[in-house]
Write a protein that binds this ligand. Structure first.
Ligand SMILES: C[S@@+](CC[C@H](N)C(=O)[O-])C[C@H]1O[C@@H](n2cnc3c(N)ncnc32)[C@H](O)[C@@H]1O
Length: 426
């Protein structure tokens, strides 16, 4: 189903060692500042692995840029399906995994660069198995890894949904592709007490969650904001895209909810209503991800409203954040998150809601009240995964429960005390 459309560029002239050394140290400094590198072990792995040898298509400066990822393949629809991940995301996930020498690691989603850092972290007494569903990606890794001096990584073309039973158990499973579910093989092939680090999509929001195996339950040990290409194969479950104004304004839906698409399309042409929450953040506070997750948990019918720059310029919708903004779907009306500066100095910003539709006045108020109920923190939600057959009474009370084919994902927010009746199934 996929076509190779890499961002082709001629292979670069070999860089000077002094340039590489300088770029590497600058990268490490930046990753430390971003708190993507925390431990000396991960710092050493980032320092040792020559990144530029794994992305020969781009200039060496870009290979050592903290946020630069490199797309190696897109599908026919133009969706990126394979890439070399950005240095910040790789380092952050390596920290989440807490890898020690001698461990056995499974990486799902290959390419070579991250596998090389995993090999550095486990050392000669450990073992790294790296798999990809795409033979082209495995071929690339098989070419680049030995060329960079890494010839012990076990490479295999396989669907990560089923893990690699003949190399299990693993102390760590690192998934480097966006998953919506946690297939049984991951839990079964993880050693007791082992860690699974996985970019998990919950109501359209992706967080890299570090889970620890405790018998049949996976309990989170923290999570971080991230973005990844979608899973292919047996576990593929892409979002639905609902056009509200051609491809310029779209709703991204991750749940199976029924929506009034015609009503919402008509709503967009109705006058805009607004409500303001009184909840503010400083201009340097970029950690809105806690608010996003809070809204995803508290809004009964949740979607992400995404718009092109052209649509924003034409005033169809207010500014949009990349992949979309949290949106309350309310029958034939909807309201989405927005913000405004509270003074001319633009030091503080207040969150609010813009809405459209026949009863948008009420919808914006509902959204504003959910913003008001946020405690302002980013990372205090707890995410646990239970097998699909787990009865309600064994799930945490007051959880938002996301029902998947293999798992029930329960999200709770310990600092809140919602009434028990708010436990919902999505
Ligand atoms: C972001 S890339 C991996 C990046 C890589 N770990 C690195 O070193 O930067 C995601 C990869 O996951 C692969 N993939 C997608 N679905 C998969 C599946 N079900 N099993 C294994 N690999 C899969 C894609 O082919 C793609 O190459």
């Amino acid at each position: 189903m996929s076509t190779s459309t890499s961002e082709t560029a001629p292979e670069q002239v070999a860089p000077q060692p002094a340039d590489v050394a300088r770029l590497r140290e600058e990268l490490i400094r930046e990753l430390r500042e971003l708190k993507a590198i925390v431990t000396p072990e991960v710092e050493r792995a980032v320092r040792t692995v020559p990144r530029h040898l794994f992305i020969p298509e781009i200039p060496v400066e870009e290979a050592y840029a903290a946020e630069r990822h490199y797309v190696t393949k897109k599908d026919e629809g133009g969706v990126s399906i394979s890439s070399v991940s950005a240095a910040r995301i790789q380092a952050m996930m390596l920290e989440q995994a807490e890898i020690r020498p001698g461990m056995r690691i499974l990486e799902i989603g290959s390419g070579g660069l991250n596998a090389a850092m995993l090999a550095e972290l486990v050392g000669e007494s450990g073992e790294v198995t790296s798999i990809d569903i795409d033979q082209d990606v495995i071929d690339r890794a098989a070419r680049l890894l030995p060329a960079a001096g890494y010839d012990t990584v076990i490479l295999r073309c396989a669907d990560g949904e089923f893990g690699v039973p003949d190399h299990a158990p693993f102390d760590r499973i690192i998934v480097t592709v966006c998953a919506r579910d946690l297939p049984p093989a991951w839990n079964d092939q993880l050693a007791e007490g082992g860690r699974l680090v996985v970019p998990l999509r919950m109501r359209g929001l992706t967080r890299s969650v570090a889970f620890e195996r405790n018998h049949d339950q996976l309990t989170d040990r923290g999570y971080e904001l991230c973005g990844f290409v979608p899973m292919q194969g047996a576990g593929e479950q892409r979002e639905r895209l609902i056009p509200l104004h051609g491809d310029d304004v779209q709703l991204r839906l991750d749940d199976d909810q029924q929506i009034d698409a015609d009503g919402l399309r008509a709503a967009l042409s109705m006058p805009r209503r607004e409500a303001w929450s009184g909840t503010t953040v400083g201009k340097n506070n970029s950690r809105f991800d806690g608010l996003y997750l809070w809204m995803a948990m508290r809004l009964p019918d949740f979607g992400l409203l995404a718009a092109t720059k052209a649509a924003v310029d034409r005033g169809l919708v207010a500014r949009s954040w990349g992949l979309g903004v949290p949106t309350l779907l309310d029958g034939d009306s909807f309201a989405y998150l927005t913000f405004r500066a509270t003074s001319e100095a633009r030091e503080q910003f207040e969150f609010g809601a813009y809405g459209h539709g026949p009863h948008a006045d009420m919808t914006v108020e509902k959204l504003a009240s959910v913003i008001r109920s946020w405690d302002g923190t980013s990372l205090s939600a707890r995410i646990s995964a239970f097998s699909a057959g787990t009865p309600d009474e064994l799930l945490p009370p007051d959880a938002l429960v996301l029902a998947r084919r293999h798992t029930r994902i329960a999200i709770t927010w310990p600092s809140s005390s919602p009434p028990a009746s708010t436990a919902r199934q999505a």
